[in-house]
Design a binder for this molecule. Sequence first.
Ligand SMILES: Cc1cc2nc3c(=O)[nH]c(=O)nc-3n(C[C@H](O)[C@H](O)[C@H](O)COP(=O)(O)OP(=O)(O)OC[C@H]3O[C@@H](n4cnc5c(N)ncnc54)[C@H](O)[C@@H]3O)c2cc1C
Length: 433
Amino acid sequence: MAWDFETDPEYQAQLDWADEFVREEVEPLDLVWSGQQFVPPDASLRQVIDPLKEEVRKRKLWATHLGPELGGEGHGQLKLSLLNEILGRSPWAPLIFGCQAPDTGNAEIIAHYGTAEQKERYLRPLLNGEIFSCYSMTEPHAGSDPTQFTTRAMRDGDDWVINGWKFFSSNASTSAFLIVMAVTDPEVSPYKGMSMFLVPADTPGVNIVRNVGLPGEPLGEGHHALIHYEDVRVPVDALLGGEGQAFAIAQTRLGGGRIHHAMRTIGLAHKALDMMCERALSRTTQGSLLAEKQFVQGYIADSYAQLTQFRLFVLYTAWSIDKHNDYRKVRKDIATVKVLMPGVLHDIAWRAMQVHGALGVSNEMPFFQMVMGAGVMGIADGPTEVHKVTVARQVLRDYSPSDDIWPTQHIPKRLAAARAKYAEYLEHEVGNQ
Ligand SMILES: Cc1cc2nc3c(=O)[nH]c(=O)nc-3n(C[C@H](O)[C@H](O)[C@H](O)COP(=O)(O)OP(=O)(O)OC[C@H]3O[C@@H](n4cnc5c(N)ncnc54)[C@H](O)[C@@H]3O)c2cc1C
């Protein structure tokens, strides 16, 4: 039997080290430099974060899921999942460990589809944590349906010229380059007529019109850009992968991105459950601890059950990705994980918030950001509804219609068949009566 739910002792020791390191050394960054993970660090911040990154490298936990040729350890997705459960507690931790969104997904597609020159120019500094990157796909009028995208790239001699609008391009303002999806051939199906381009952020015509924030951020500030690409001229070698390959590349990009979010979500939801349990054991009201109230016990039991189910599903999906080495073969489960993720985080964070009373909804505890994070998880990388459609379609592939008007499991039909199968014995029984 090959089923095994244990982590080998050597890697468990690495995880134990990471757990303590994140709690002691990295989580304090979240308090002092909150929300600044994607701002290029100044000299004084570098003095803090560079040694932390160095320690992670020494422990051989830097970008571990990538192969050695890309500076990682070739650990794959299952081991990354176990690590990400720890990193998910802290917004800064993925950066300190070299596996933050959206850069990991972007790195994966350059590693997969990029030329040697593109890897040297973009991938190497990205993986070294020297620069940030942006994935610029969603448009103001269309997000979850990429077939409606209109941003256009036209060939002009040895160049491509890009024109159009993109929305919610995360970290565009602080990125060194953008990966832009554009229509290159409007005459064919959108699945074959779009391409990806690597565009340096300082290329003339890359106009960041405004930055959109999430709730709590002041209007006009935030990390998600509305960009007007206006006659943006890039050479032919800016094409990532072949012409017309954008959909295939996007699938690779988003498959990885979605499962990595799910891994980190386990860590965040676990943090909420930890806080819920601590509070339940610390607060007394109406003669007993919160932990002794059946409603609160229900919150804890439901949260534990949801989290454990979700975690096992994510680990299984990560294992499947490693096994098949092809996101398309694991599409159904990645989509299912994506569907479950917002609900799990929302429910556990909400209950933890409730158990903390007024303190829970205050700005002195992190629950509201977690609940909002759940909302974001239901939209970013595609809305839940669209992923449910994918799940249902994939599930239905394993079924076929009934061959007559009655369902295959219709009891009278099955009973008649069963009686026919055992007719000889039934006749005997009747004869004996
Ligand atoms: C925090 C955050 C970061 C993001 N970062 C990036 C980024 O870096 N780069 C990038 O390109 N994009 C990014 N996005 C954009 C994201 O990918 C899109 O928001 C997402 O794909 C949905 O597109 P939309 O917002 O246009 O919603 P729409 O496509 O307009 O959908 C709106 C709603 O319609 C419903 N709906 C849509 N389709 C269906 C359907 N088939 N069946 C039933 N109901 C449906 C759903 O309720 C859905 O939420 C980010 C989004 C967020 C929230």
